[in-house]
Design a protein around this ligand. Sequence first.
Ligand SMILES: [Fe+2]
Length: 293
Amino acid sequence: MRISENVLLLGNGHFNHYIVGQEQAALIEGGMSAGIPAFTQQWESLKPQPEVSHILALHSHFDHVCGIPAFRKMFTQAVVWASAGTEKLLSKDKVCNAIQLGDQLVSEVYLNDNRISEKLAPFDPALLKIDQVVGQGDVIDLGCGLTLEIIATPGHSSCSIAAYLPAEEVMFVSDAAGTAISPEVIAPVFFQDYDLYLDSIRRLMDYPTKVLAVGHGEVISGSDKVQSFYQRSLQSAQDAFEMIKNKLRAGASEEDLASQLYDQYMVGGLADYPKPIMLISLGQLIKNVAQRI
Ligand SMILES: [Fe+2]
């Protein structure tokens, strides 16, 4: 699906992948192995196909990097770009092996309910390696007048970046502005730091944006809708913070709260992820609040 003159959205509806550029192109978002069959089918029917010269991962969470090994095989000339934080994490064997295990578990969920037809072989963790580091203020030149400006967006994770395409006012935001789990609800995902998360969203709001190219689910089109998404995401985070603060003060345990947040927000595509991994992330979010009361 074309979301602007030079940007295509591919993927299975949960794992979004963006192709930016029509001759030379960047592939933004690494997704997971379970999303690769849908991507491949769409890619193969794409005429003409641009030459993918850049693969850009916007943060290191397992649901945003596990497609990279497959993409390296599909686009052998492409250079893989990410933040210094992502590069550092993915240079550790232990991290890559854990990420690969998570990837296999999600692929099993997809296989069990026939969303993919064949068992996927585990990828080589060495293929998660990042080739080039980018950070705040860097500009990636894609040729033909297209550039991507990198914006550091910590808060969801310390390694999060967004990429802004000024020529078409598209913001590739990954999970930095929250994850919409329905048209009405945006999950508050300040897994690293609450204040940094709010600050990142507020900074993103200053960029004129016609399309908010999110990591999961529906793309947000139209400047007013983009601003409304940011506002609702800020509100969702503030509401979650207050709710957690009040429950902790009333004596709720962090474990019970993590379970409650899991049931409330880990729905749709997020429910396919291994529960223990998501409970750890939600536990970090709760600790964030606990440190501030
Ligand atoms: Fe994430």
